[in-house]
Ligand binder design. Structure first.
Ligand code: R5P
Length: 296
């Protein structure tokens, strides 16, 4: 039986591509908001004994959380065999420890609740820093789809003489893999964070790379300050205009305007944005198919 694919508040073009890749029937979902702000949700598709896939991209998660709960609960109540969530961006991964007394380590309760809401989880390059695997906090089977091969392919065809730069130690896992696949040199810098928009990044060693195109690679671009700080070193050293590649372009506030003024900004399709140049639908669909195969 064809799987049923619902789009909950997520990119329609990614949804259409996923439907084709997964050969899925499009789920019919009726939603509206009552005058008091509460949500009405009704499913018009037959869910009985079917794999139900929900594309709900959980950036800005607080706005989508209840709707995902209502949808997943309802499809289960209507007889779905399994509910698989595709969220290209997995939120609440960066608070992975109690940095200050009394803080909520949000990654943990978020993972605990989401593990109760769906049966399978597919995402792309979540921010794994102090956690080494999603299994440390998620109790459901999950599949992490890597953006590195897609980014490397883009660099190979679009950038001449790239020098890859990871702005902090966490980025090494992505930048080293991209560098190996793109057959390019790379450096990883040290970042110190003083506040949400206040970071310092160590200077790269650029003497041997004066004619290379610097390509910054990071998983998340949020305020853009990590990238901006790194670019200031490159500008001081007189390198050509940089390319900034983010797997997840969140671009809070003025981040995109500030960054695109000083660099070419490229993101994957994980979060819909004008900077999207790297498609992810095929890789996400393959990840879901592999996870289904592994868990049946
Ligand atoms: C965290 O370490 C991530 O890998 C990114 O470097 C970080 O989220 C980027 O944030 P921002 O754009 O606000 O500097």
């Amino acid at each position: 039986m064809q799987p049923l694919l619902f789009n909950l508040e997520s990119d329609p073009s990614l949804f259409a591509e996923l439907a084709e890749e997964l050969d899925a029937e499009l789920g019919a979902l009726e939603q509206r908001t009552f005058p008091d702000g509460e949500t009405y949700l009704r499913i018009h598709s037959d869910c009985q004994d079917r794999l139900v896939i929900v594309l709900c991209n959980l950036y800005h998660p607080d706005d989508k959380w209840l709707k995902l709960l209502f949808l997943s609960d309802t499809v289960r109540d209507l007889g779905a065999q399994k509910v698989a969530l595709i969220t290209p961006y997995l939120p609440y991964m960066r608070q992975d420890k109690r940095f200050n007394e009394g803080e909520c380590v949000t990654s943990r309760p978020f993972a605990k609740q989401l593990s109760g809401m769906v049966d399978l989880l597919i995402t792309m390059d979540p921010h794994l820093h102090r956690y080494h695997s999603l299994d440390e906090i998620y109790s459901i089977p999950s599949k992490v789809v890597a953006a590195a091969p897609l980014i490397a392919q883009w660099i190979r065809t679009q950038v001449q003489s790239p020098l890859l730069i990871g702005p902090d130690s966490e980025s090494e896992q992505w930048v080293s893999q991209v560098a190996s696949l793109a057959d390019a040199p790379f450096q990883v810098l040290e970042k110190t964070r003083f506040g949400d928009r206040d970071v310092s990044v160590s200077a790269p060693q650029l003497a041997a790379y004066q004619t290379h195109t610097p390509v910054l690679v990071d998983d998340i671009i949020s305020s853009g300050h990590t990238m901006l700080e790194t670019i200031s070193h490159l500008q001081q050293a007189g390198l050509p205009r940089a390319v900034c590649i983010g797997v997840h372009g969140i671009f809070a506030g003025e981040a995109y305007a500030q960054l695109s003024a000083v660099a070419d900004v490229v993101t994957t399709q994980c979060i819909a944005h004008q900077s999207n140049r790297i498609s992810v639908a095929q890789a996400l669909a393959a990840g879901l198919n592999a996870l289904i195969h592994e868990t049946t």
